[in-house]
Design a protein around this ligand. Sequence first.
Ligand SMILES: C[S@@+](CC[C@H](N)C(=O)[O-])C[C@H]1O[C@@H](n2cnc3c(N)ncnc32)[C@H](O)[C@@H]1O
Length: 300
Amino acid sequence: MGSKFRLKRLFIMEQLAFLRRSRKHWGSHLNFAREFIGSALQNANPARSVLILGAGWGLEIPWRSAPIGTFGWDADPLSRFGTYMRHRRWAHWMFSDFTDAFAELDKLAHRLQIMEGRWALRPAPAAARRMAGLLPSFTPSPKALEAWIREYSPGTIICANVLGQIKPMAYRMVELAFKPRTPWVADQDIADPLQNALDEWTAKVVRSLLNVLRQSGSDIYMLHDRGVVHQDADLALGEWTDPWPEQLRASESALDISDPLPGIDILQELDSLSCKNKNRWIWPVGAEQIHIVEALEYRS
Ligand SMILES: C[S@@+](CC[C@H](N)C(=O)[O-])C[C@H]1O[C@@H](n2cnc3c(N)ncnc32)[C@H](O)[C@@H]1O
């Protein structure tokens, strides 16, 4: 099975898993997200193109407010059709991976399963170690996105809840390549070199995207997971502070938190742009999974 096919299948599987989740407690998140993206679409200059990265099936996108020249970009091959079914809008669409990084990751993860020159499986720990050693030499470069921006010169780019997907997608891709074996170190108290390398890979991919957005000359609207709390806690948000976990107010003293943007603070990364508005809210995604969502608005 080729890498292109595997990528498409992975994006469809992840999309269906997202859409199949119970949305019982998603109401206020969806209202905030639609309001934020709706304002981006309404403020957009209708004479220029608008780009929505991670447009998905349009759960968070009020397409009725989108100017005619609005493009969706989503690697899920069913996303344009899903958007049509939800909004009756057959939008302009780009279907590729806008990071241009996943195909290489997938090929490497598969190639390492087999020992060179021998038709034999490499033991999983050895394949994982080798992958951890090779990943740092990758230099992600979102060439297709850069070329698209050069050609269309969009007035507005909306990053629609997609940056936090890169890390789980990379983990999933590697797990599938190793299947039925596992790539991870079994003992959770021991550092996992492959997980560390994948986090660094993710950070490089996110930075390469932010770099392209920073230089785009467009108004930028960023909607993303700032963090994920893996327990059912009574949460509230305090002052904006750095490091971001200190923004959380909780009844529990120690929270089990993960960072979907490993080590990257988007506010800091984009501090050369003018941030017009910033907002945050709490999104209870499911049992023992609470997302802290950030919405940042930048003017070119
Ligand atoms: C959490 S969903 C966002 C939902 C979407 N904003 C909506 O309104 O339905 C993330 C979306 O980003 C897409 N995606 C994730 N990584 C991508 C990538 N590297 N290139 C293109 N699309 C990607 C997924 O297919 C998915 O549709």
